[in-house]
Design a protein around this ligand. Structure first.
Ligand code: NAG
Ligand code: NAG
Ligand code: NAG
Ligand code: NAG
Ligand code: NAG
Length: 587
């Protein structure tokens, strides 16, 4: 079976999900053609909320709100949670788009929508698995009543010869799994991709809760149709509340490549991720999977102080293995951070982050994430800058590219760590976001703040800085990375319909566990009109921000590198590209 798994031309579908959304859409179920972002390359007098903040190269549906990914048979599939009826949080269906390169997309008809007693009230998230004979199967959560009772169903392609798998069938023997009395049936959702054990049984895990304990239930099956709950959950953790969208997969200890979900043994570690309903954060741990139990490694923090894939707008993520390139790829939903009123005006809400490859950091203590290389095909005009010093208070403009839609990769260096500010022992070292709020880019420092100023208006009325600041702790240095959305727009919500209290635009932050021996720090940022997606130190710490500038738009957006620390910083190398729109983004 292992051989089959590694040799197969596999179809892997992983669908993510997010459930307790309360967004409202003014979409009447009509799917309209996508709007072009770069219709207008000259300054626009007033901000047209329908257009201006639509992304150029991030996946985004024409209307409504989304959050799901997947991949398949030479073709990548993106299934996404979607409310076609608009109005209010209602019947969620599975939208469906396909791509050959994860960049250009073609929209298909919805794959799964409520129609049967076992999913009449909604079709929530799930995952796909490839069964022997190269047969994909989707497991998803159906909502069967007004009380949000959840069951697990399956769907299969109507025609395996159809390269796009456009039509899906929900056989009559659904639901496959209902909650037994020990399970809270209103918190029982998001089945994972199945993995195959040496004992000939498939396994899946399903998110849930036992009172306030987050639980990932484990089920086993020989034939994929009859599932038996294991006595013990795969994993659980007290006081973490409901677990959504669990993800569970192996990573290679030595290799740079990704692994099929079923790979086990001494050469792998396992990653367990959940989306925490309570905080709306995701965290992951790295650990060992043995005897059907997952145990996080010593030192891993199992709860919201733990490692996060991303410290910004990022939720309901899901990974899948792409056997054609031997990568494990991570997708996530980045929600809007403006108000619900603004979402209604825009008529859309939610985008997908750029897919990222995930590998284990050579230090074994965290993952490394990096934008898939396919995104580089969208690079156009290039500028570079080398060996440029930035003294205290200096900023330098990066000219010659479209700053509103760009890819920037920069390496900074410095001569000494001596000027690093002392880390106050009273600061909460798990609350990087709070520290970023206190020690913003405008607060002078010793070693840092330095970094990029993205989506900046001419006189910095609006800007989103992404930067580092280095502290000296007892006997080591702490690197803080921030992505500050708090100054990104002059308007409190584009519509000015409120005082901005509803907006979610803090200075996001995370610490970067990086070796500073070489006195270098790198930063990559993908900028896309209303998105700033950043990767610190080669993908050790990632932060995605959603921002809504009103001045720093189209050709009026500027990009700078800056240093507000007393230690001189050198731009060792900086490469920046204009990013074009995909040819086909029929989303
Ligand atoms: C929903 O829950 C209410 C209150 O517990 C109960 O009275 C009602 O029968 C339930 N409805 C269904 C369809 O289960
Ligand atoms: C299945 O798909 C193939 C390829 O698109 C097509 O030729 C065939 O007619 C389809 N079969 C049915 C029963 O629709
Ligand atoms: C069951 O889950 C629901 C939804 O998360 C929650 O509101 C409820 O309190 C839970 N019930 C128990 C007994 O934990
Ligand atoms: C986006 O997510 C954040 C945190 O997950 C949440 O605080 C915020 O309310 C969300 N925004 C919207 C518009 O749903
Ligand atoms: C750097 O500091 C100066 C002076 O406080 C401030 O005006 C400027 O906005 C800061 N730069 C950034 C990117 O915050």
């Amino acid at each position: 079976m292992m051989e089959f798994l590694s040799k197969r031309k596999s179809i892997i579908l992983s669908i993510l999900f997010w459930f307790s959304l309360t967004l409202i859409f003014n979409n009447n179920g009509v799917v309209e053609a996508s709007h072009e972002v770069f219709k207008n390359l000259h300054p626009v007098p007033a901000v047209n909320v329908m257009q201006v903040h639509r992304t150029g190269y991030h996946f985004q549906p024409p209307r409504s709100w989304i959050n799901g990914p997947m991949f398949y048979n030479g073709i990548y599939h993106l299934f996404y949670q979607h409310n076609p009826e608009g109005a209010v949080w209602g019947k969620i269906i599975w939208g469906h788009s396909v791509s050959k390169d994860l960049i250009n997309w073609k929209r298909l008809k919805p794959a799964i929508y409520p129609s049967e007693p076992f999913d009449r009230y909604s079709c929530w998230s799930g995952s796909a698995t490839i069964l022997p004979g190269n047969k994909p199967i989707i497991l998803y959560t159906g909502v069967i009543d007004n009380n949000q009772t959840q069951v697990q169903n399956y769907a299969i392609p109507a025609n395996l010869s159809d390269p796009y798998l456009t039509k899906w069938i929900k056989p009559k023997n659904n639901p496959l799994i209902t909650a037994d009395v020990s399970i809270n049936k209103t918190a029982f959702r998001d089945p994972t991709t199945a993995w195959f054990g040496p004992d000939g049984h498939w396994r899946i895990t399903i998110g849930g809760r036992r009172r306030n304990r987050g639980v990932s239930h484990l089920y086993r099956s020989r034939d994929f149709m009859h599932w038996v709950k294991a006595q013990h959950p795969l994993h659980s953790q007290a006081e973490t509340g409901n677990w959504e969208c669990p993800d569970f997969y192996p990573v290679s200890i030595s290799g740079k490549h990704g692994l099929d979900t079923s790979v086990m043994g001494p050469s792998v570690k396992h990653v367990f991720k959940v989306s925490l309903d309570t905080t709306r954060y995701e965290y992951y741990t790295i650990g060992t999977y043995e005897n059907d139990k997952y145990v996080p490694d010593e030192g891993m923090i199992d709860g919201w102080n733990g490692l996060r894939y991303d410290y910004g707008n990022f939720y309901a993520s899901k990974s899948f293995f792409d056997p054609s390139t031997n990568r494990r790829i991570l997708w996530a939903w980045a929600n809007e951070s403006d108000t619900q009123d603004d979402d209604i005006k825009k008529g859309w809400a939610g985008i997908q982050t750029i897919p990222r490859t995930i590998v284990l950091d050579p230090n074994g203590k965290q993952l490394l994430q990096w934008p898939i290389e396919e995104v580089e095909a969208l690079r156009r005009q290039k500028v570079d800058l080398n060996n440029k010093e930035l003294v205290h208070g200096e900023k330098i403009e990066i000219n010659g590219i479209t700053a509103a839609q760009a890819d920037i990769d920069v390496t900074f260096s410095f001569q000494s760590l001596d000027k690093a500010e002392p880390f106050d022992p009273t600061w909460d070292r798990y609350d990087a976001q709070k520290l970023c709020g206190q020690k913003g880019s405008t607060v002078d420092g010793g070693l840092g703040p330095f970094g990029l100023i993205t989506l900046a208006s001419e006189n910095l009325e609006e800007f989103t800085p992404v930067f580092f600041r280095i502290f000296k702790d007892q006997n080591k240095h702490l690197v803080l990375m921030c992505s500050d959305a708090s100054r990104s727009t002059l308007a409190n919500g584009m519509s000015n319909s409120n005082d901005g209290k509803d907006a979610y635009r803090p200075s996001f932050g995370g610490f970067v566990d990086v070796d500073l021996t070489e006195m270098k720090l790198s930063l990559r940022s993908l900028i896309d009109n209303s998105v700033v997606e950043s990767f610190g130190a080669g993908g050790k710490t990632c932060i995605s921000s959603r921002v809504y500038p009103t001045l720093a738009i189209y050709n009026n957006a500027h990009l700078y590198a800056f240093n507000n620390g007393t230690e001189t910083i050198k731009i060792e190398s900086l490469n920046a590209w204009s990013m074009s729109n995909p040819l086909q983004m029929n989303r």
